[in-house]
Ligand binder design. Structure first.
Ligand code: TGC
Ligand code: FAD
Length: 392
């Protein structure tokens, strides 16, 4: 793979809107990606292996629980810092950002928000340091976009719960130490349970043959009469709103992350276009290539502004779920379109692992699907503006 020469585009001087702390955090994450992710990520993706060697680095840059209070081992940062870290990590690879998103927003967030003080103290510091890795089990083989139909369930056995069912498409599952699992009780109410590796009847087979997100480990969570201690139930929130609340936080991170992938594709295509000579001129001198680049930087700039404003709203606790859906949907689509255009600009070289673009392009096919598909987010906006539910 070519050396990482990335230079971040900032067409509207967005850095002026950031604090010195934001810039320090962003630059530290950027430097770490250049030093520790870029040199190894292409091979990891080719080999379809999550590079576990980067876990301590992710913890060091504050990617595990950026906004979780310091008393629980988190970095205690604001939402814009969280977004900037996700942007920089996904600039390296969406699969690495996935690992961080799941750990922070889908595992640490529910334990922090819905867990008991004992659960917070037991799990959060270890998750923040990367000593424990987590996964989040919502999706099932027959229930993806409609998680309320889930069939995974648990029974109260007096001194413990008995958990049965299966989750599919679970990021980090093959190596997770703990899983936050959503299941129905005997009354059909959804609750979160912390399932720990080693519990009898709990297995996590890996899903192979993915063409997307190859550097991230994806798998199943299978529960066959798993005895879950009663103290592992998240006590402070139940119902579908509980997992959906975690998704709000993860989707917000993706809205920023997708900008990172797009910036990397744009920067690579711009550099290539200036260097690649055809018909006696750099291809950057041809109008058609300029159109692609000009449209890319315009879309990236719009996405940056959307994410920044959403970050301000999140900091004030005013961001609505529908606003988050709009940003996730817009920014991921923006990134996937840029990846496709950028790949074309590199001609044949664009399909090789010498450059990051094809990997980003394939990764983004997962990003546009998980955390709510592109169409589901459109329907969320549709419902919000019309009051009419077009899901069912
Ligand atoms: P609905 O009746 O609309 O809502 C049920 C309850 O939930 C509340 N709610 C929310 N709460 C917090 N945040 C949100 N975003 C919320 N959206 C809804 C709602 O107020 C209600 O509360 P209550 O108290 O009245 O009961 O539910 P529905 O069954 O009609 O479904 C709505 C729909 C389709 C929008 C939702 O289920 C959905 O978002 N589906 C997409 C599923 C999804 O995103 N799955 C993601 C799985 S995790 C994942 O992909 C991780 S990938 C990570 C990585 O690797 O980076
Ligand atoms: P389906 O729900 O079957 O949807 C199929 C198609 O139908 C989609 O185009 C969808 O938009 C459309 N559709 C569905 N309902 C409607 C409707 N009402 N109106 C119009 N169109 C509709 N899940 C987790 O719980 N944890 C994870 O860590 C996790 N990681 C993932 C990692 C990867 C790599 C992938 C690919 C997925 C992951 N997921 C995870 C699952 C992901 O959230 C689901 O794939 C996603 O929510 C879509 O569900 P589905 O695949 O079952 O598609």
């Amino acid at each position: 793979m070519k050396p990482d020469l990335f230079e971040a585009p900032d067409y509207y001087n967005l850095d002026d809107l950031l604090t010195e702390e934001h810039k320090l955090i962003r630059d530290a994450a950027r430097a770490w990606v250049k030093r520790d992710v870029s040199p190894i990520i292409e091979q990891a993706a080719q080999d379809a292996k999550f590079p576990k060697s980067i876990i301590p680095g992710l913890a060091e840059i504050g990617a595990f629980g950026p906004y979780i209070p310091e008393q629980y081992g988190g970095a205690g940062l604001d939402q814009i810092s969280y977004g900037l870290i996700m942007q920089e990590i996904e600039r390296g690879d969406s699969g690495v950002r996935s690992t961080a998103s799941v750990q922070s927003s889908l595992v640490m967030y529910p334990i922090w928000k819905y867990g008991s003080e004992e659960q917070r103290n037991k799990f959060l510091p270890k998750l923040a340091s990367g000593e424990f890795m987590g996964s989040f089990g919502l999706t099932e083989p027959d229930h993806g976009s409609n998680p309320s139909g889930m069939v995974t369930s648990f029974k109260d056995m007096g001194d413990h719960y008995l958990l049965n069912g299966a989750k599919l498409w679970i990021s980090n599952s093959p190596f997770c130490d703990v899983a936050v699992v959503w299941a129905k009780n005997e009354e059909g109410r959804i609750h979160g349970l912390i399932v720990e590796r080693g519990m009898e009847g709990f297995s996590t087979p890996e899903t192979h043959n993915k063409w997307s997100l190859r550097a991230s480990a994806t798998g199943e969570l299978i529960f066959q009469d798993v005895k879950v201690p009663k103290e592992n139930l998240l006590p402070n929130k139940s119902g579908l709103g509980a997992p959906l609340g975690c998704l709000d936080s993860a989707r917000y991170g993706i809205a920023w992350g997708a900008i990172g992938a797009a910036m990397d594709c744009y920067d690579t295509a711009l550099r290539y276009a200036k260097e690649r000579i055809q018909f006696g001129k750099p291809i950057a001198a041809f109008q058609l290539q300029q159109k692609k680049l000009a449209e890319m930087i315009t879309e990236i700039t719009k996405a940056q502004l959307l994410a920044f404003r959403l970050g301000q709203l999140k900091n004030e606790d005013r961001a609505t779920s529908a606003q988050i859906s709009m940003a996730k949907r817009n920014n991921v689509e923006m990134a996937i379109k840029i990846a496709r255009e950028a790949r074309q600009m590199l001609g044949g070289m664009g399909i090789t692992g010498e450059y990051s673009i094809m990997r980003h392009m394939m990764n983004l096919e997962s990003v546009i699907t998980y955390e709510g598909t592109h169409d589901i987010h459109l329907l969320i906006t549709g419902l919000d503006i019309t009051g009419e539910n077009a899901f069912k």
